[in-house]
Design a protein around this ligand. Structure first.
Ligand code: BGC
Length: 438
């Protein structure tokens, strides 16, 4: 993305490491870590056989295309296994997570489920709902192919839980260049203040919804990017380990900026999903949408070309910061066909699987040995940025906060959507942090 700032902080800033904080160590290079995982049988040619139910929220549109790419490859590589698609629709797992929680509580786990690297994964680990997969990670190449910092976020007490399929970036503004030109707005506003002035220009040019949003999780994601902009990456990171107060002047400023941004949006209801919000930019009904880079797959799916039909830039004030999240697949405790599950994990963790999936999904491979060649320009730029930017953890997508904390913040954001009272928002965020940080 524009003018990437050279990394000055460790790749994973401290607060981002909620999960690593619980870890007593990580796997070391290629095969040397101890594994306590059950059944470490290596792959059978053609697969172990039996059903492999895969639970995700990639149920439709471009997300389903990503999953379809994996399914096709899985069938090719493991013809003995039967892929069962257990996807539950609803962006960011807004419906899926509740169904998953009840299935896990009732000892009815799927073969594998999609989770987020970081704090979200600790919930499943703490509840004893997932098994370590050190053997699969080592078989795939361990630290020689997965970034150590990423593995750290999957590791507790030396055990690695889950295999990452991809890395997404959450702090991206997607824009309609024709709408911006007509309004006389700049291509890349440099900070919140200049972005708000551009939003005013867009509104004055006759566009009713300068900034499109979807349901609550998309608003939480928008808010997290405003926090990053107003606090900077280090203070933002401090929000999750108690070093930054949730009622600091900067958080209050972020709440005020968020309130202003929300005056430029459509009035979304709770369940509105992200593709409709992104499509408003495609259709010229909105100038901007803040969305994770799964949006690029939606643009591609609709036949849109970057620079001509859409542009993108980091949320103003966050250039040089990569708001990180990663999807990662688990081996649930009590899964009926663990060897079949491991075939699935081998596939999604392989270079071939990661290339096929990420090309379709808009994300970048978690593996470092998948070359940028052949990826569209946006993804090539994201790969570059991931290496050079300061990395922070997404709130809305499980990297920074636990499921419970996410729920409390979502309630606060939903309340704010109704009452537009930023003081109450800050009070609710303070209470949520107090409850969840302990
Ligand atoms: C997931 C992405 C997905 C997005 C929208 C995020 O939580 O990590 O894979 O595309 O939600 O559904």
């Amino acid at each position: 993305m524009r003018k990437p700032t050279v990394l000055s902080v460790v790749a994973l800033t401290t607060a981002a490491l909620t999960l690593a904080a619980c870890s007593t160590g990580t796997a070391t290079n290629g095969g040397s870590s101890s594994s306590s995982s059950s059944s470490s049988q290596s792959a059978k040619v053609g697969g172990a056989g039996g059903d492999v139910g895969v639970f995700t929220w990639w149920a439709a549109g471009s997300e389903k295309k990503g999953l379809d790419a994996l399914e096709a490859l899985f069938k090719e590589k493991y013809p003995n296994d039967k892929f069962i698609n257990l996807a539950v629709a609803g962006g960011a797992g807004s419906n899926a997570k509740a169904k998953l929680a009840s299935d896990l509580a009732n000892n009815q786990p799927p073969g594998s489920f999609q989770g987020h690297a970081g704090a979200e994964l600790t919930d499943y680990i703490a509840k004893g709902q997932i098994e370590p997969v050190n053997d699969v990670i080592q078989e795939l190449g361990g630290e020689s192919v997965f970034p150590k910092d990423l593995l750290d976020r999957l590791t507790v007490k030396g055990n690695i839980y889950s295999v990452p399929s991809n890395i997404h970036r959450a702090n991206v503004v997607w824009a309609n260049p024709a709408v911006l030109r007509k309004a006389g707005a700049s291509d890349t506003p440099k900070d919140m203040k200049s972005w708000i002035s551009d939003l005013q220009k867009v509104k004055a040019s006759g566009v009713n919804t300068p900034l499109s949003i979807g349901g609550t999780w998309t608003q939480l994601q928008l808010f997290e990017t405003v926090l990053i902009s107003d606090l900077g990456p280090e203070k933002y990171a401090g929000l999750f380990d108690g070093k930054t107060a949730w009622d600091s002047a900067e958080v209050k400023q972020a709440a005020a900026d968020f309130k202003t941004l929300m005056t430029f949006t459509n009035n979304a209801s709770d369940g509105d999903d992200w593709p409709a919000a992104t499509d408003m930019v495609i259709d010229g009904k909105a100038a901007y949408n803040v969305m994770g880079d799964w949006a690029v797959a939606e643009f591609t799916d609709k036949g849109k070309k970057e620079q001509t039909d859409y542009t993108y830039f980091a949320v103003p004030g966050t250039d040089g910061v990569f708001d990180f999240l990663a999807d990662s697949f688990t081996l649930p405790k009590g899964a009926k066909n663990p060897d079949g599950t491991k075939d699935w994990l081998r596939l999604i963790g392989s270079a071939e699987g990661q290339k096929a999936f990420n090309l379709a999904k808009g994300s970048i491979p978690a593996r470092t040995d998948v070359l940028p060649d052949g990826f569209p320009p946006y993804q090539q730029s994201a790969m570059k940025d991931f290496k050079s930017n300061t990395i922070v953890s997404s709130i809305a997508h499980g990297a920074a906060v636990s499921l419970a904390w996410n729920t409390d913040m979502s309630t606060a954001i939903s309340k704010f959507h109704a009452n537009r009272d930023e003081k109450t928002l800050v009070n609710d965020l303070v209470a949520a942090a107090k409850k969840n940080l302990g």
